[in-house]
Design a protein around this ligand. Structure first.
Ligand code: NI
Length: 229
């Protein structure tokens, strides 16, 4: 399931993030530092040093938004979220076709996270760079994503994906992984559809008893499928 979350950050918030990332002292490093052996061969971009104060501060700001974003919660059903990272593509930078590593250590915690959902938050306006599309292979073929600054896309971490070369300008983005309480994408997708339908039933004043039963079914499915912690 591919989910587009428009306006995770406002235009002002996105501009403020960009300004910090474009500052001369922002600690950009070779993106291959966090790539697995296979990924390193196809990864040609830069990342904000993961252990830098700036990465932590900006990452926390993004997390604070996501924690209060009902559609993110509903689609990802997060158990743990990897601290958001930031990347930069320019001068032909690209990331060839790959599947994200299945398990990552969360820095400084000694804890592991299984990557179920991958997320990209676009930070540069699409007309500021050429190329830089995120291509995700899903059930219905290859999806091409180049979203407005402040918008996020969620896709299953099991998907093959790539970022096409940036031939003009700079593509800035934030990315993160979620270990979901519900590991299976098909189950998450069903729950997301159900939650959307429930919200619509509530908004249109549908029969309350029927809604209560459906809502019970939704929570009981989560109880059946969720693994927590
Ligand atoms: Ni990836």
């Amino acid at each position: 399931m591919l989910v587009h979350l428009p306006g995770v950050l406002t235009a002002e918030e996105t501009a403020a993030l960009r300004e910090r990332l474009e500052a001369a002292d922002a600690p950009w490093v070779d993106g291959r530092v966090t790539a697995g052996h296979q990924g390193a061969a196809v990864k040609h971009n830069e990342q904000l040093a993961e252990d830098s104060a700036l990465a932590r501060e900006l990452g926390d700001a993004v997390l604070a938004r996501l924690e209060r974003h009902p559609r993110f919660i509903s689609a990802a059903l997060p158990d743990r979220v990897y601290p958001p990272m930031f990347n930069r593509y320019r001068g032909g930078g690209e990331f060839g076709s790959h599947v994200d590593n299945a398990v990552r250590f969360i820095p400084g915690t000694g804890r592991k996270l299984r990557t179920d959902v991958s997320a990209t938050l676009f930070l540069a306006e699409p007309d500021r760079y050429d190329g830089g599309e995120l291509l995700v292979e899903d059930t219905y073929g290859v999806q091409t994503l180049k979203l407005a600054a402040g918008d996020m896309v969620l896709y299953p971490s099991t998907s093959l994906h790539r970022v096409t070369p940036v031939t003009r300008g700079t593509r800035l983005a934030c990315f993160l992984w979620v270990q979901s309480m519900v590991r299976d994408d098909a189950q998450r997708s069903l729950l997301f559809d159900m939650d959307n339908a429930l919200q619509r039933l509530a908004a249109t004043g549908a029969d309350e008893t029927a809604r209560a039963h459906l809502l019970g079914g939704y929570h009981n499915l989560i109880r059946m499928w969720a693994a927590v912690g």
